[in-house]
Design a protein around this ligand. Structure first.
Ligand code: AHR
Length: 502
């Protein structure tokens, strides 16, 4: 039987709340319809933001939101999205579905959305088709509080005070949709563009993020860091605070078909789960290269796009990337969030793609209706890890489950000491068919009381607009505590949280 050994006395690092961050792009029905319906909509809203969606997001304490893309970011010209809405430019969203982008959601609306959610802001600037001046002025517009052309413009548009830009990305996927650049060329551009993202307030509140690699492109990381460390150490505060990494889980591939979100067999389930585990190799690999330049780990690995990517739901616009969400997605979310916790010494932020109606979403909407996906519930179960301290833990006798070449460990876990002193254990049973008995040992420390919640179901179970609560967390039953040991049996294909009060 599998045992989870926890050493509560050994703390391994701080879990940034931002590990549970989100991403919202001008893509399909994420921003428009999903988050923003406009003030005149019949759908209940506050200043145009959907009330039902914002309320649900507040419950999981979204720590940070990335915007406006993604690929959209490198074609976004921020001045199109400010000023009276009637005069804002109507244009084509070339990347995503060729639909009209009316720019009714721009900088002011994004800041308002983050205020309503109560989260930090992560703005992604345009390097691919934007100038240094444009990026510099956007940052000035958002943050500068003295007298300048951009601060006056902001005031004219109704916002006298500057906003906090907690994170600023200098380009997105510059190796692909953001300009098809080579790493050294991009690195030079990074050095140049970031120079003009000026710390007007002299408070260093903005963390600057360089565009990092696509999945296993270790050469990109190496060349980028080598170039950015020439002369000026990139880890010097204010030059580079983060390096992004994008990795999506596809059951299939980009060319031959990604696979269905809902119609899959057990073999495909395990194949998808196995591909998810590659995330750990990526964190270790890119982390090792970063260690060569930044052994003190001042630069965070920022996994600002992750999640599952399937074929779109039949009958929907292929450019909208709308997909359903099942217990398979819940398992994948649980595994990834555990991995981010385990590597919190280097991973400082992660943003699932995307928040509403796109890819591995928290929330799906249909007109005035909305539902919470299994992935939303995983973020709910894990939310108390935010701002906690990672605790040493290791699984032994964690046998493999799966099929053929796609064998995976039965259980995934991470453990933290929360601010209130209690322990939070999050667990995933990766087996699609078998329950997983587990002994948890607190290495001599009394366990006291343990209670928990679990999200479980068949691997393809999902919530639909007809059956919104088919998958939802329930009390985790059968927990027994004796001395320093807790015993529990995790249902097949499940994600659980256990809170231990010692
Ligand atoms: O999240 C969808 C797209 O995936 C983003 O726009 C892009 O950065 C990535 O390729």
């Amino acid at each position: 039987m599998t045992t989870l050994y926890i050493n509560p006395a050994v703390q391994k690092g701080h879990i940034n709340p931002e590990l549970q961050g989100q991403f919202s792009e001008h893509l399909g029905r994420c921003i428009y319809e999903g988050l923003y319906v406009g003030e005149k909509s019949k759908i209940p809203n506050v200043k145009g933001m959907r009330k039902d969606v914002v309320d649900a997001l507040k419950k999981i304490h979204v720590p940070v939101l990335r915007w406006p893309g993604g690929c959209f970011a490198d074609e976004y010209h921020w001045k199109d999205g400010i000023g009276p809405k009637s005069t804002r430019k109507r244009m084509v969203n070339t990347h995503w579905g060729g639909v009209v982008e009316d720019n009714s959601f721009g900088t002011h609306e994004f800041m308002e959305l983050c205020k309503q959610i109560g989260c930090k802001t992560y703005i992604n600037g345009n390097v691919g088709s934007g100038t240094v001046q444009e990026m510099s002025e956007w940052y000035e517009y958002m943050t500068f509080e003295g007298e300048s052309p951009m601060s006056k413009l902001r005031e004219k548009n109704g916002h006298k005070a500057g906003w906090n830009v907690d994170y600023f990305g200098v380009g997105n996927e510059s190796w692909g949709c953001g300009g098809n650049m080579r790493p050294v060329y991009y690195a030079d551009l990074y050095r140049r563009y970031q120079t003009y993202v000026r710390d007007y307030r002299h408070d260093g509140h903005t963390r600057k993020i360089a565009c990092g690699p696509n999945a296993g492109d270790f050469n990109w990381t190496k060349q980028l860091l080598a170039t950015c460390y020439e002369g000026t150490p990139a880890s010097a505060h204010g030059f580079m605070d983060g390096l992004s990494l994008h990795y999506y889980t596809l059951p299939g591939d980009w060319v031959g078909g990604k696979g269905s979100a809902t119609e899959f067999d057990t073999a495909e389930y395990y194949h998808t789960v196995k591909k998810t585990l590659f995330m750990e190799d990526l964190i270790k690999g890119h982390g090792a290269i970063m260690d060569q330049y930044d052994p003190e780990k001042k630069i965070g690995l920022i996994i600002d796009e992750w999640g599952t990517w399937y074929d779109v739901e039949p009958g929907t616009n292929p450019g909208f990337l709308y997909q359903q969400n099942t217990m398979r997605d819940a398992v994948i979310a649980g595994i990834n969030l555990n991995l981010f916790n385990k590597h919190c010494d280097r991973v400082k932020m992660a943003n699932i793609a995307q928040m509403v109606n796109v890819l591995q979403a928290m929330i799906l909407t249909d007109g005035d209706k909305m539902l919470l996906t299994p992935t939303y519930h995983v973020f709910d179960l894990y939310q108390k890890h935010q701002d906690a301290e990672l605790v040493e833990s290791v699984l032994v006798d964690n046998d493999q489950v799966g099929m053929g070449d796609d064998m995976v460990p039965r259980i995934s876990e991470s453990v933290s000491r929360m601010k209130d002193g209690k322990l939070l254990i999050t667990l995933v049973n990766l087996s699609a068919e078998e329950e997983a008995p587990l002994t948890i040992s607190l290495s001599g420390e009394k366990a006291g009381k343990a209670e928990g919640r679990v999200l479980a179901g068949n691997m393809d179970q999902k919530n639909t607009f007809k059956s919104k609560n088919a998958v939802k967390p329930a009390k985790l039953t059968g927990l027994t505590v004796k001395g320093d040991q807790i015993k529990v049996t995790l249902p097949a294909c499940s994600v659980a949280e256990i809170v231990v009060t010692q």
